[in-house]
Design a protein around this ligand. Sequence first.
Ligand code: 13P
Ligand code: 13P
Ligand code: MG
Ligand code: MG
Length: 375
Amino acid sequence: MKTTLSVIKADIGSIGGHIAPSQRLIDTVREHVAQQGRGLLLDHFVSHTGDDIAIVMTHRRGAGHADIHQLAWDAFVAGTAVAREQGLYGAGQDLLKNAFSGNVRGMGPAVAEMDLDERPNEPFLFFAADKTDPGAFNLPLYLAFADPMNTPGLILSPKMGQGFRFTIMDVNHTQGDRVIELEAPQDLHAIAALLRDPERYVVESIHARATGEQAVAVATSRLHNIAGKYTGKDDPVMLVRTQMNFPATGEVLAPYAHGHYVAGGMRGSHNMPLMPVRQNTGTSYFDGPPLVSCAAFAMHEGKLTEALDCFAHPFWDEVRSRCASKAMEMRRQGFFGAAMLPMGELEYTGIVETLGALEGRFRVRSAPAQERAAA
Ligand code: 13P
Ligand code: 13P
Ligand code: MG
Ligand code: MG
């Protein structure tokens, strides 16, 4: 019988701007899931990363099941009532629709799910990132699943040596899911050509070519495509199964030592380094830096062990300190060039209006007579 891993996350309000949810808010969501999930869930785990609350659930209903999505939606609605009562900022921020209609996809919350045949031991990782978007995972996934410089398993393990199938989504296509399947290593350069543009092409899932098993599920929602305007960044969640036919946990974690620049931070409109942080960390400097947390679990018949905090290890202190330096270095150039996202990705409309108003004041200077003659 298949086990389903579902993670559904939403920003439903936070203290002091976009920093972190209140303890009462988290407790409300947790209690709702514990009570209403009886008989439906095998197990669950609730945590926050920045101002986003994530609910990890295990069950037998299959991915995309209305009962599971309804449970998460109702938990966020219950939390939103508390957020309003406490005067939290952005209460109900990610609940973009008023009435639940069977599936939270397209309603605001981020969703990553997979159905799996449990291995005798089933290690998996749950990642959550805040102040960034799903493309933030493109580079670490490419390195972990397609680059032997990062992942020696690709040359040492015969099954991993057969490579992985990447399903990549064009997240700018709003009429439906526009996806392509490419295989590493055969299609490596094509994969790289797409993943270099993380605002448009996003890894949605990865499967082992040797066995067909799914290793990765990433939430790929684009809030501004749903709401038609800025409503916060599309802070993503991701599930990654590790070991045996998949990369080892350490191979999946290693790329986060780069502190690569991602879209996010202040007003969802800047390039900032992605800082690996402990579970339940808030944001701070420049509404960031963009942060990623990772909880490791073992699972048996849908029952979860306690979560181990992957980025709590002392190794990551050095990485955090480098990320802080990279963040400050980038911030020295304010709004210029690479520090701020290109026009199409800016999350606020004010600048568009400013530029529109300037249009009428531009003039094309008439060329002197000798230049006209030469032309
Ligand atoms: P969130 O998407 O995490 O709510 O952040 C909003 C923002 O713009 C912070 O500057
Ligand atoms: P709002 O646009 O919701 O105020 O959020 C952005 C923000 O807080 C930037 O600091
Ligand atoms: Mg927020
Ligand atoms: Mg957030």
